[in-house]
Design a protein around this ligand. Structure first.
Ligand SMILES: [Zn+2]
Length: 554
């Protein structure tokens, strides 16, 4: 009997396929990422294989891309009412490519030909990520660059390079402000969404000024830093820019007095409150809000999703005591996904007629790599890409500048002459011609996956290298895999996205976002009329409308 190409799938078959895929991935992959129909899929692969043999397929595809590229000559010079910055922590170019293949393979395609949401952005540039004192940077100095527009030393947030890491007394007078603050001062709503703790390096550069990124609460600070007047980062979250509309991520334990039990893990000592000053910062946050405004603190997914967002003015969501769980390990009942947090954030921020600035961090791509767990890292990247797609659907290219970038790369690579469609977590097709053993395509330059068994490199064919927590082999043993020093990509779409067009210093990024939004230090062009000051259709459309109107009148 001929199998129909379309029509309702038989439930049993679909379930079986999901089970098989989950087993193949050994990952407990989300069914929302897989959601497929077995007959449609095999049909699609066969058709794809055939069409790729025809040179006309590649010519047509290139011609189509050319047409789109030619249209880009008509620049979008609107004012960016809204700015969304997606920051993939540690999302180097090799991570982007591997995440693209993973996304395609989760949809049962070969993978290489698939497109991430960020791949669809029209402008791509490179970002030079070094810190003022580091060739291979960290997330704190880089966050200062792409949020505050100033390069800085590693380990410092929201301060210039005049500040030495961990030396509190070098801070005063050397604070630098971020695009989040510039947006706030211009009357926009602002938000921070991250999968790490909200006082982690990336988000903290948006609001804090600290000589040390590790000063999460006063418990982590040396006494002399406190005596010299430096404040911990959690405290600064509520003091420096007190009216941030949306804050979501992890980090509960830094908000409560020392030894306070965590609401979710009541018997777990490592999640108890840390604050030596005895403050409850959730109360501090609530007390600072105007009484006629609706402020909501939530700590779990169901409370978050049951909020009436049309009525919430200020939202603080802290879903874990430290960082949020990896997407693959997430408790889908209690913890929201990054995509869900982004949807909620945009719905709240969008109510401001003057627009908004939103920082979204896929913060645990970096953690997966540090642990040598490429699968965790890549699923984090795929989830951030899903959030990028959702944000794109909720905003318009006409008035929203969206930028996707990374702070730095990792020493993560995949290679080994794998054939087309090779499982991204799979083996290279040959054995080493030196030690005669197989190897995985994904490898790290250094990290915890270095393993010698009986004097030889471990034979990976006897281990479950597709497991979520498998640590890919590395050339050099280190407890934590390190960042990489090469450039990272900047993807941009919307008003003035074309200004991200070449090889740039990382601190250029917020200058472009501010210029596009007519906020911050450089707004003369907004008054001179060189920049379309009203949010509306693209310039050529306005011209077209004028011509049509003139024809109608005369
Ligand atoms: Zn890192």
């Amino acid at each position: 009997m001929k199998t129909p190409l379309h029509g309702a799938p038989q439930p049993t078959r679909r379930v079986l396929l999901r089970e098989k895929l989950s087993k193949d991935c050994a990952c407990g992959a989300r069914t929302h990422l897989i959601g497929m129909d077995v007959r449609n899929t095999s049909w699609r692969i066969t058709v794809m294989r055939e069409k790729e043999k025809n040179p006309q397929y590649w010519r047509n595809q290139a011609q189509q891309t050319l047409k789109i590229a030619l249209k880009l000559q008509q620049l979008n010079t609107n004012v960016a009412k809204n700015i969304v910055l997606f920051l993939g922590d540690g999302m180097g170019v090799s991570t982007v490519t591997a995440a693209r293949i993973l996304k395609g393979q989760l949809q049962n395609m070969k993978g290489e030909e698939s497109l991430l949401e960020m791949d669809k952005f029209p402008y791509v540039a490179l970002s030079k990520t070094y810190n003022t004192n580091a060739q291979v940077p960290d997330s704190a100095g880089t966050a200062t660059a792409y949020l505050c527009g100033v390069k800085a030393n590693e380990g410092t947030v929201g301060v210039s390079a005049a500040v030495t890491r961990a030396q509190c007394n070098t801070t005063a007078g050397n604070e630098v402000t971020s695009i989040l603050k510039w947006a706030k001062e211009a009357g926009k709503s602002v938000g921070i969404v991250t999968t790490t703790r909200v006082n982690h390096a990336t988000p903290s550069a948006a609001y804090a000024h600290s000589a040390n990124r590790d000063w999460y609460s006063d418990n982590e600070m040396p006494p002399e830093a406190i005596q010299q007047g430096c404040k911990d980062i959690a405290q600064q979250l509520f003091d420096n820019i007190p009216d941030i509309e949306v804050i979501m991520g992890g980090g509960r334990k830094y908000m409560f007095p020392k030894n306070t039990s965590d609401v979710e893990y009541q018997n777990d000592d490592k999640y108890r409150g840390t604050r030596l000053d005895g403050k409850n910062l959730i109360d501090v946050w609530r007390d600072k809000k105007p009484k006629d405004k609706n402020s909501q603190y939530v700590w779990n997914r169901s409370d978050l999703l049951s909020l009436n967002l049309m009525e919430v003015d200020f939202l603080l969501g802290l879903f874990e005591p430290i960082d949020m769980m990896y997407e693959l390990d997430r408790n889908v009942q209690t913890d929201p996904s990054l995509t869900e947090m982004v949807q909620v954030a945009i719905k709240i921020l969008q109510r401001n007629p003057r627009g908004f600035f939103l920082l979204v961090e896929g913060g645990r791509i970096d953690h997966g790599h540090h642990e040598g767990k490429a699968k965790q890292a890549l699923y984090e990247a795929v989830e951030m890409d899903r959030a990028i797609g959702e944000a794109g659907g909720m905003t318009s290219l006409e008035d929203t500048l969206t930028v996707v970038t990374a702070d730095h790369s990792h020493v993560f690579t995949f290679g080994g002459y794998t054939p087309r469609g090779n499982p991204i977590f799979g083996l290279a097709p040959m054995h080493s011609d030196v030690d005669k053993m197989p190897f995985t395509s994904i490898l790290y330059g250094n990290g915890p996956g270095y393993k010698i068994v009986a004097g030889e490199r471990e034979n990976v064919s006897v281990v479950d290298y597709a497991h979520a927590n498998y640590q890919a082999q590395s050339a050099v043993p280190l407890r934590q895999e390190t960042h990489g020093g090469e450039d990272v990509a900047i993807f941009a779409k919307g008003p003035m996205a074309h200004l991200l067009h070449g090889v740039h210093e990382q601190n250029y990024i917020p200058h472009v976002m501010a210029y596009a939004a007519c906020i911050g230090q450089n707004t003369d062009h907004c008054r001179s009329g060189a920049h379309h000051s009203t949010v509306g259709p693209l310039p050529f459309l306005s011209t077209l409308t004028s011509i049509l109107l003139l024809k109608f009148l005369f």
